[in-house]
Design a protein around this ligand. Structure first.
Ligand SMILES: [Zn+2]
Length: 360
Protein backbone atom coordinates (compact mmCIF):
# COMPACT_ATOMS: atom_id res chain seq x y z
CA UNK A 1 0.00 0.00 0.00
CA UNK A 2 2.81 2.31 0.99
CA UNK A 3 4.57 1.66 -2.30
CA UNK A 4 1.36 2.28 -4.29
CA UNK A 5 0.74 5.41 -2.26
CA UNK A 6 4.29 6.49 -2.94
CA UNK A 7 3.85 5.97 -6.72
CA UNK A 8 0.59 7.87 -6.66
CA UNK A 9 2.33 10.74 -4.79
CA UNK A 10 5.12 10.81 -7.37
CA UNK A 11 2.62 11.02 -10.21
CA UNK A 12 0.96 13.97 -8.52
CA UNK A 13 4.33 15.57 -7.98
CA UNK A 14 5.23 15.02 -11.61
CA UNK A 15 1.94 16.52 -12.76
CA UNK A 16 2.52 19.47 -10.47
CA UNK A 17 6.06 19.92 -11.74
CA UNK A 18 4.91 19.72 -15.36
CA UNK A 19 2.16 22.22 -14.63
CA UNK A 20 4.63 24.59 -12.93
CA UNK A 21 7.03 24.20 -15.87
CA UNK A 22 4.25 24.97 -18.35
CA UNK A 23 3.19 28.03 -16.37
CA UNK A 24 6.81 29.25 -16.14
CA UNK A 25 7.30 28.67 -19.87
CA UNK A 26 4.14 30.63 -20.60
CA UNK A 27 5.29 33.49 -18.36
CA UNK A 28 8.69 33.61 -20.09
CA UNK A 29 7.00 33.53 -23.50
CA UNK A 30 4.64 36.34 -22.52
CA UNK A 31 7.48 38.44 -21.14
CA UNK A 32 9.38 38.29 -24.42
CA UNK A 33 6.37 38.76 -26.66
CA UNK A 34 5.11 42.17 -27.87
CA UNK A 35 1.95 41.67 -25.85
CA UNK A 36 4.06 40.90 -22.80
CA UNK A 37 6.13 44.01 -23.36
CA UNK A 38 2.96 46.04 -23.59
CA UNK A 39 1.67 44.48 -20.37
CA UNK A 40 4.98 45.14 -18.62
CA UNK A 41 5.04 48.67 -20.00
CA UNK A 42 1.52 49.30 -18.77
CA UNK A 43 2.36 47.84 -15.38
CA UNK A 44 5.36 50.14 -15.08
CA UNK A 45 3.46 53.22 -16.22
CA UNK A 46 3.62 56.07 -13.80
CA UNK A 47 0.37 58.02 -13.88
CA UNK A 48 2.17 61.23 -13.04
CA UNK A 49 4.26 60.79 -16.17
CA UNK A 50 7.32 62.03 -14.29
CA UNK A 51 9.35 58.84 -14.36
CA UNK A 52 8.45 57.51 -17.77
CA UNK A 53 11.40 57.69 -20.12
CA UNK A 54 10.09 58.40 -23.62
CA UNK A 55 10.99 55.85 -26.24
CA UNK A 56 13.13 57.19 -29.06
CA UNK A 57 11.20 58.29 -32.09
CA UNK A 58 10.70 55.67 -34.78
CA UNK A 59 13.48 56.08 -37.30
CA UNK A 60 12.35 56.09 -40.88
CA UNK A 61 15.19 58.11 -42.28
CA UNK A 62 16.22 60.06 -45.33
CA UNK A 63 16.09 58.15 -48.60
CA UNK A 64 13.68 55.54 -47.32
CA UNK A 65 10.16 54.65 -48.45
CA UNK A 66 7.24 54.44 -46.07
CA UNK A 67 4.40 52.02 -46.63
CA UNK A 68 0.96 52.50 -45.21
CA UNK A 69 -1.64 49.79 -45.69
CA UNK A 70 0.66 48.00 -48.09
CA UNK A 71 1.12 50.84 -50.54
CA UNK A 72 4.08 53.18 -50.77
CA UNK A 73 2.96 56.61 -49.70
CA UNK A 74 6.25 58.41 -49.23
CA UNK A 75 9.07 57.53 -51.60
CA UNK A 76 12.67 58.57 -51.16
CA UNK A 77 12.26 60.84 -48.16
CA UNK A 78 14.13 64.12 -48.66
CA UNK A 79 13.57 65.93 -45.38
CA UNK A 80 12.79 65.38 -41.73
CA UNK A 81 11.70 67.90 -39.11
CA UNK A 82 11.87 66.55 -35.56
CA UNK A 83 9.90 68.39 -32.92
CA UNK A 84 11.58 66.84 -29.91
CA UNK A 85 9.51 66.50 -26.77
CA UNK A 86 11.54 68.43 -24.20
CA UNK A 87 8.63 69.56 -22.07
CA UNK A 88 7.90 73.28 -22.05
CA UNK A 89 10.33 74.52 -24.68
CA UNK A 90 11.39 74.31 -28.29
CA UNK A 91 13.94 71.83 -29.67
CA UNK A 92 13.60 71.34 -33.41
CA UNK A 93 15.90 69.40 -35.74
CA UNK A 94 15.82 69.78 -39.52
CA UNK A 95 17.57 67.16 -41.68
CA UNK A 96 18.10 67.71 -45.40
CA UNK A 97 18.98 65.22 -48.11
CA UNK A 98 22.29 66.95 -48.88
CA UNK A 99 23.46 66.00 -45.39
CA UNK A 100 22.90 69.38 -43.79
CA UNK A 101 21.50 69.22 -40.27
CA UNK A 102 19.97 72.25 -38.59
CA UNK A 103 18.81 72.90 -35.04
CA UNK A 104 16.30 75.60 -34.22
CA UNK A 105 16.46 76.12 -30.45
CA UNK A 106 17.54 73.68 -27.76
CA UNK A 107 15.61 74.55 -24.67
CA UNK A 108 13.59 73.00 -21.93
CA UNK A 109 11.40 74.34 -19.18
CA UNK A 110 12.13 71.42 -16.88
CA UNK A 111 13.87 72.25 -13.67
CA UNK A 112 15.89 69.02 -13.88
CA UNK A 113 17.92 70.23 -16.80
CA UNK A 114 20.41 67.38 -16.62
CA UNK A 115 17.76 64.67 -17.11
CA UNK A 116 16.13 66.47 -20.01
CA UNK A 117 19.50 67.22 -21.56
CA UNK A 118 20.62 63.61 -21.37
CA UNK A 119 17.42 62.51 -23.13
CA UNK A 120 17.79 65.23 -25.75
CA UNK A 121 21.43 64.51 -26.56
CA UNK A 122 20.57 60.77 -26.71
CA UNK A 123 17.75 61.55 -29.11
CA UNK A 124 20.07 63.50 -31.43
CA UNK A 125 22.59 60.67 -31.35
CA UNK A 126 19.89 58.06 -31.94
CA UNK A 127 18.79 59.70 -35.19
CA UNK A 128 22.37 59.78 -36.44
CA UNK A 129 23.40 63.37 -35.74
CA UNK A 130 27.18 63.79 -35.58
CA UNK A 131 27.81 67.27 -36.92
CA UNK A 132 25.40 70.18 -36.91
CA UNK A 133 25.75 72.56 -39.82
CA UNK A 134 23.56 75.35 -38.47
CA UNK A 135 22.30 76.15 -35.01
CA UNK A 136 19.73 78.93 -34.68
CA UNK A 137 18.83 80.24 -31.24
CA UNK A 138 15.67 82.27 -31.72
CA UNK A 139 15.83 84.28 -28.51
CA UNK A 140 17.50 84.36 -25.13
CA UNK A 141 15.02 82.46 -22.99
CA UNK A 142 15.91 79.26 -21.20
CA UNK A 143 13.07 77.25 -22.77
CA UNK A 144 14.80 77.85 -26.13
CA UNK A 145 18.45 77.95 -25.15
CA UNK A 146 19.29 76.19 -21.91
CA UNK A 147 20.67 73.11 -23.67
CA UNK A 148 22.69 75.07 -26.26
CA UNK A 149 25.92 74.72 -24.26
CA UNK A 150 25.38 70.94 -24.20
CA UNK A 151 24.83 70.87 -27.96
CA UNK A 152 28.15 72.66 -28.43
CA UNK A 153 29.76 70.23 -25.98
CA UNK A 154 28.52 67.09 -27.67
CA UNK A 155 28.60 67.83 -31.40
CA UNK A 156 30.76 69.56 -33.97
CA UNK A 157 28.86 72.73 -34.82
CA UNK A 158 29.75 74.76 -37.91
CA UNK A 159 27.51 77.84 -37.78
CA UNK A 160 25.65 79.49 -34.92
CA UNK A 161 23.06 82.23 -35.41
CA UNK A 162 21.75 83.85 -32.27
CA UNK A 163 19.88 86.91 -31.21
CA UNK A 164 21.86 89.98 -30.26
CA UNK A 165 19.61 90.48 -27.25
CA UNK A 166 21.53 88.54 -24.62
CA UNK A 167 20.69 87.19 -21.21
CA UNK A 168 22.93 87.28 -18.18
CA UNK A 169 21.55 83.94 -16.98
CA UNK A 170 23.89 81.02 -16.34
CA UNK A 171 22.70 78.99 -19.33
CA UNK A 172 23.47 81.90 -21.64
CA UNK A 173 26.92 82.49 -20.16
CA UNK A 174 27.63 78.75 -20.50
CA UNK A 175 26.51 78.91 -24.12
CA UNK A 176 28.82 81.86 -24.85
CA UNK A 177 31.73 80.25 -22.99
CA UNK A 178 31.37 77.06 -25.00
CA UNK A 179 30.95 79.03 -28.20
CA UNK A 180 34.16 80.96 -27.67
CA UNK A 181 35.97 77.74 -26.77
CA UNK A 182 35.01 76.10 -30.07
CA UNK A 183 37.42 76.70 -32.90
CA UNK A 184 36.18 77.42 -36.39
CA UNK A 185 32.53 78.12 -35.63
CA UNK A 186 31.02 80.82 -37.79
CA UNK A 187 29.03 83.00 -35.38
CA UNK A 188 26.37 85.42 -36.58
CA UNK A 189 24.36 87.64 -34.25
CA UNK A 190 21.20 88.79 -35.90
CA UNK A 191 20.85 92.32 -34.75
CA UNK A 192 19.73 95.07 -37.09
CA UNK A 193 16.06 95.49 -37.89
CA UNK A 194 15.13 93.21 -40.72
CA UNK A 195 18.37 91.23 -40.88
CA UNK A 196 17.57 88.49 -43.39
CA UNK A 197 19.54 85.41 -44.32
CA UNK A 198 18.96 82.99 -47.20
CA UNK A 199 20.23 79.47 -47.76
CA UNK A 200 19.60 77.16 -50.68
CA UNK A 201 20.20 73.50 -51.39
CA UNK A 202 19.35 71.28 -54.36
CA UNK A 203 15.75 70.82 -53.26
CA UNK A 204 15.25 73.33 -50.49
CA UNK A 205 15.52 76.93 -49.38
CA UNK A 206 15.63 78.52 -45.96
CA UNK A 207 14.95 82.18 -45.23
CA UNK A 208 15.46 83.76 -41.84
CA UNK A 209 13.64 87.04 -41.20
CA UNK A 210 14.91 88.66 -38.02
CA UNK A 211 12.76 91.44 -36.61
CA UNK A 212 15.85 92.86 -34.98
CA UNK A 213 16.28 93.63 -31.32
CA UNK A 214 15.22 97.27 -31.47
CA UNK A 215 11.89 96.77 -33.17
CA UNK A 216 9.91 95.15 -30.39
CA UNK A 217 10.12 95.33 -26.62
CA UNK A 218 9.57 91.73 -25.62
CA UNK A 219 12.47 89.30 -25.89
CA UNK A 220 9.98 86.77 -27.30
CA UNK A 221 9.35 89.14 -30.20
CA UNK A 222 12.98 89.09 -31.23
CA UNK A 223 12.52 85.55 -32.52
CA UNK A 224 13.13 85.38 -36.26
CA UNK A 225 10.50 83.98 -38.56
CA UNK A 226 12.06 81.08 -40.45
CA UNK A 227 10.52 79.91 -43.72
CA UNK A 228 11.64 76.52 -45.00
CA UNK A 229 10.63 75.07 -48.38
CA UNK A 230 11.47 71.52 -49.42
CA UNK A 231 10.17 69.93 -52.64
CA UNK A 232 7.40 72.55 -52.71
CA UNK A 233 6.33 71.96 -49.09
CA UNK A 234 6.35 75.22 -47.09
CA UNK A 235 6.98 75.33 -43.37
CA UNK A 236 7.05 78.35 -41.06
CA UNK A 237 8.88 78.35 -37.74
CA UNK A 238 7.90 81.21 -35.46
CA UNK A 239 9.89 80.99 -32.22
CA UNK A 240 7.89 82.69 -29.47
CA UNK A 241 6.31 85.32 -31.67
CA UNK A 242 2.78 86.61 -31.19
CA UNK A 243 0.34 89.02 -32.81
CA UNK A 244 2.64 92.07 -33.07
CA UNK A 245 5.37 90.23 -34.94
CA UNK A 246 2.80 88.27 -36.94
CA UNK A 247 1.49 91.61 -38.26
CA UNK A 248 5.02 92.81 -39.06
CA UNK A 249 5.78 89.56 -40.84
CA UNK A 250 2.61 89.62 -42.92
CA UNK A 251 3.66 93.06 -44.18
CA UNK A 252 7.23 91.90 -44.74
CA UNK A 253 6.18 88.76 -46.54
CA UNK A 254 3.29 90.27 -48.48
CA UNK A 255 4.75 89.82 -51.95
CA UNK A 256 5.87 86.21 -51.60
CA UNK A 257 4.22 82.81 -51.84
CA UNK A 258 2.34 82.68 -48.61
CA UNK A 259 0.35 79.46 -48.72
CA UNK A 260 2.18 77.29 -46.21
CA UNK A 261 1.66 73.65 -45.30
CA UNK A 262 2.97 73.41 -41.74
CA UNK A 263 3.10 76.05 -39.00
CA UNK A 264 5.24 75.73 -35.89
CA UNK A 265 2.87 77.62 -33.59
CA UNK A 266 4.35 80.68 -31.89
CA UNK A 267 4.97 80.88 -28.14
CA UNK A 268 3.68 77.40 -27.32
CA UNK A 269 0.12 78.34 -28.20
CA UNK A 270 -0.17 81.49 -26.08
CA UNK A 271 -3.38 83.52 -26.16
CA UNK A 272 -1.81 86.51 -27.92
CA UNK A 273 -0.31 84.52 -30.78
CA UNK A 274 -1.67 82.59 -33.75
CA UNK A 275 -4.25 85.17 -34.72
CA UNK A 276 -7.06 84.35 -37.12
CA UNK A 277 -5.66 86.94 -39.52
CA UNK A 278 -2.26 85.23 -39.46
CA UNK A 279 -3.80 81.77 -39.97
CA UNK A 280 -5.89 83.00 -42.89
CA UNK A 281 -2.91 84.77 -44.42
CA UNK A 282 -0.60 81.75 -44.41
CA UNK A 283 -3.35 79.12 -44.51
CA UNK A 284 -1.49 76.15 -42.96
CA UNK A 285 -2.87 72.61 -43.24
CA UNK A 286 -1.08 71.39 -40.13
CA UNK A 287 0.38 72.94 -36.99
CA UNK A 288 2.77 71.72 -34.33
CA UNK A 289 2.94 73.05 -30.78
CA UNK A 290 5.99 72.35 -28.65
CA UNK A 291 4.64 72.47 -25.12
CA UNK A 292 5.07 70.77 -21.74
CA UNK A 293 2.49 68.89 -19.73
CA UNK A 294 0.86 70.88 -16.95
CA UNK A 295 3.04 73.90 -17.59
CA UNK A 296 2.44 76.97 -15.46
CA UNK A 297 1.38 79.12 -18.40
CA UNK A 298 -1.71 77.13 -19.44
CA UNK A 299 -0.15 76.62 -22.86
CA UNK A 300 -1.55 75.90 -25.31
CA UNK A 301 -4.39 78.28 -24.52
CA UNK A 302 -7.98 77.63 -25.46
CA UNK A 303 -7.86 80.87 -27.46
CA UNK A 304 -5.11 79.62 -29.76
CA UNK A 305 -6.58 76.11 -30.01
CA UNK A 306 -10.01 77.50 -30.90
CA UNK A 307 -8.54 79.64 -33.65
CA UNK A 308 -6.64 76.68 -35.07
CA UNK A 309 -9.81 74.59 -34.92
CA UNK A 310 -11.94 77.27 -36.57
CA UNK A 311 -9.44 77.51 -39.43
CA UNK A 312 -9.42 73.68 -39.74
CA UNK A 313 -5.74 73.30 -38.93
CA UNK A 314 -4.82 69.80 -37.75
CA UNK A 315 -2.66 70.36 -34.70
CA UNK A 316 -0.04 68.18 -33.06
CA UNK A 317 1.25 68.83 -29.56
CA UNK A 318 4.40 67.41 -28.00
CA UNK A 319 2.67 67.16 -24.63
CA UNK A 320 0.20 64.73 -26.20
CA UNK A 321 1.98 63.01 -29.08
CA UNK A 322 5.55 63.13 -27.70
CA UNK A 323 8.26 63.38 -30.32
CA UNK A 324 6.69 64.46 -33.61
CA UNK A 325 8.44 63.94 -36.95
CA UNK A 326 7.43 65.47 -40.27
CA UNK A 327 8.69 63.77 -43.43
CA UNK A 328 8.75 65.18 -46.98
CA UNK A 329 9.39 62.91 -49.95
CA UNK A 330 10.78 63.48 -53.45
CA UNK A 331 7.29 64.07 -54.86
CA UNK A 332 6.41 66.79 -52.37
CA UNK A 333 4.16 64.53 -50.34
CA UNK A 334 4.49 64.81 -46.61
CA UNK A 335 3.43 62.93 -43.50
CA UNK A 336 3.74 63.07 -39.74
CA UNK A 337 4.81 60.26 -37.47
CA UNK A 338 4.23 60.55 -33.74
CA UNK A 339 5.68 58.84 -30.70
CA UNK A 340 2.39 58.40 -28.89
CA UNK A 341 -0.98 58.03 -30.50
CA UNK A 342 -3.31 60.39 -28.77
CA UNK A 343 -6.76 61.55 -29.75
CA UNK A 344 -6.06 65.13 -30.64
CA UNK A 345 -8.60 67.55 -29.25
CA UNK A 346 -8.23 69.91 -32.13
CA UNK A 347 -8.07 67.79 -35.21
CA UNK A 348 -10.16 67.19 -38.25
CA UNK A 349 -11.27 63.79 -39.54
CA UNK A 350 -8.62 61.14 -39.57
CA UNK A 351 -6.47 63.00 -37.13
CA UNK A 352 -6.18 60.02 -34.84
CA UNK A 353 -4.44 57.98 -37.49
CA UNK A 354 -0.84 57.27 -36.67
CA UNK A 355 0.30 58.54 -40.03
CA UNK A 356 -1.41 61.47 -41.69
CA UNK A 357 -0.62 61.97 -45.33
CA UNK A 358 -1.20 65.11 -47.29
CA UNK A 359 -0.64 65.27 -51.02
CA UNK A 360 0.51 68.52 -52.54
ZN1 LIG B 1 9.22 79.74 -25.30
Amino acid sequence: MAKKKSIKFNKQTAICLVAIAVILACLVAICFSPVGNAIIASLSQDDSGDNVTPAPAPIIGLGSNVEINGSVVLSNIQFEAHFVDVGQGDAIVLRFSDGNDWIIDAGSGKSEKSATTTEYISYLTSIGITEIDYVVATHAHSDHMNMMDNVLDNFVVKNVYYNAEESGAAYFEDFKDNLSAEAGVNVVKFDADGDNYSFTGDNYSIKIYAPGHDRFEKINYMSPMIMVEVEGVQMLFTGDNEDTVESWFMETYAEEDKDIDVLKVGHHGSAEGTTTEFLRYFNPEFAVISVGMENGYNHPTGNAMDRLYMESVITYRTNRQGNIVLYVDENGQYAFDVEYEFPAENNRDGANDRMLVKEK
